[in-house]
Design a protein around this ligand. Structure first.
Ligand SMILES: Cc1cc2nc3c(=O)[nH]c(=O)nc-3n(C[C@H](O)[C@H](O)[C@H](O)COP(=O)(O)OP(=O)(O)OC[C@H]3O[C@@H](n4cnc5c(N)ncnc54)[C@H](O)[C@@H]3O)c2cc1C
Length: 320
């Protein structure tokens, strides 16, 4: 049984941890966030609940269908709709009961996931620890590991690996991510988003609007809007008040006659990888010990891709 440390407890990290635990390994997943999930993120504002990262997911492969099925059976996820136009496109979009973050927490149940734990550096292990790797935390302590799965967005993974003596391919190092600026609004009455409560690319500024109540995750009227990559990049450094006003203006048609009780901004610096690595994960060939990189930059820039990459990383470790 190997001691495996998984860095990042987004969906890729959680899927990897689950697969490794099922194969009999001792796994600890570390995440700097307050809860697992990463971009599967949900915020509560009063009685409202709003997804502010991923809004839904699709299932395009048998492997992901097998991963999702137990969560459909348990009711943690459900089919939200079959497309966002009036007629739909026939393909199921799934959402999570209580929001995407609740699903991440359900996947994490029974795993050793340590949140609020910022990994500072990865170093080859030393004789004292007897491990291949030392995972240094920002509180000055470190965790020994026989093997590592690193699932942060690639620029973050790269900075952790500077002291690991691992040569990353140049294309991986140079992977860039689009940004997304999100505005979360609670309202005094339902917004004007038609059935099923979501719209793709509704304006020149917005890439998505979601009525969280109509989607089924919020007891109170609540609207999430995402600015598209070009707008988010152009306005990334604008003052928060200006951003809020601009996004409120962009969403005015969907707020409709409702009064905005509260609004909060969320800026995703690493929202979507612009390029994808051709394999589902990357295995370090020459390193102090087994080390695999995974995440949505490998198997697809979406929920499904993150899960498949995490599973692939775990299987690569198990096979090594
Ligand atoms: C605004 C937005 C909307 C989206 N909409 C959709 C959608 O509708 N449908 C869809 O399928 N996909 C969507 N996506 C994409 C989807 O959310 C991601 O592809 C997927 O969640 C990525 O999972 P991951 O595990 O690869 O990465 P992440 O979820 O980013 O997980 C990485 C984890 O690493 C942790 N971490 C980073 N650095 C450190 C460190 N030094 N120490 C410890 N922990 C660290 C982070 O806290 C994070 O939890 C959206 C993404 C965003 C941002």
């Amino acid at each position: 049984m190997a001691r495996v440390v998984v860095i990042g407890a987004g969906l890729a990290g959680l899927a990897a941890a689950r697969e490794l635990v099922d194969a009999g390994h001792a796994v600890t997943a570390l995440d700097k966030g307050r809860s697992p999930g990463g971009r599967l993120a949900t915020r509560r504002i009063g009685l409202a609940r709003l997804d502010h990262g991923a809004q839904f997911f699709t299932v395009r492969t048998d492997a992901f269908a097998a991963f999702v099925q137990p969560h459909l059976d348990s009711g943690h996820v459900y089919e939200w709709c079959r497309g966002f136009s009036e007629v739909g496109d026939g393909h199921a979009r799934f959402a999570a009961r209580g929001g995407m973050n609740a699903w991440a927490k359900a996947i994490a149940l029974g795993l050793d996931v340590r949140c609020g734990t910022l990994v500072f550096a990865i170093r080859p292990g030393n004789a004292a620890s007897g491990a291949a790797w030392d995972v240094a935390l920002d509180d000055g302590t470190s965790i020994p590991a026989d093997a590592l799965v690193v699932t942060c967005p690639l620029p973050q993974s790269y900075s952790l690996l500077v002291s690991a003596e691992v040569a990353l391919p140049e294309e991986l190092v140079r992977t860039e991510y689009d940004k997304t600026i999100a505005l979360l609004m609670t309202l005094d009455s339902p917004p004007s988003v038609p059935e099923p409560g979501g719209l793709n690319n509704p304006t020149e500024v917005l890439s998505f609007v979601a009525d969280n109540q109509r989607k089924g995750i919020s007891d109170a009227p609540a609207l999430t809007v995402h600015a598209n990559a070009a707008w988010s990049d152009a306005h990334w450094n604008d003052p928060p008040d200006a951003l809020m006003q601009a996004l409120r203006d962009a969403a005015a048609h969907y707020v409709g006659g409702a009064f905005i009780s509260e609004s909060q901004l969320k800026k995703w610096r690493f929202a979507t990888p612009r390029t994808l690595w051709p394999e589902s994960c990357w295995v370090a060939a020459e390193a102090a010990g087994p080390l695999v990189l995974a995440g949505d930059a490998f198997a697809g820039p979406r929920v499904e891709g993150a899960a498949l990459s995490g599973i692939a990383a775990a299987r690569a470790l198990i096979a090594s």
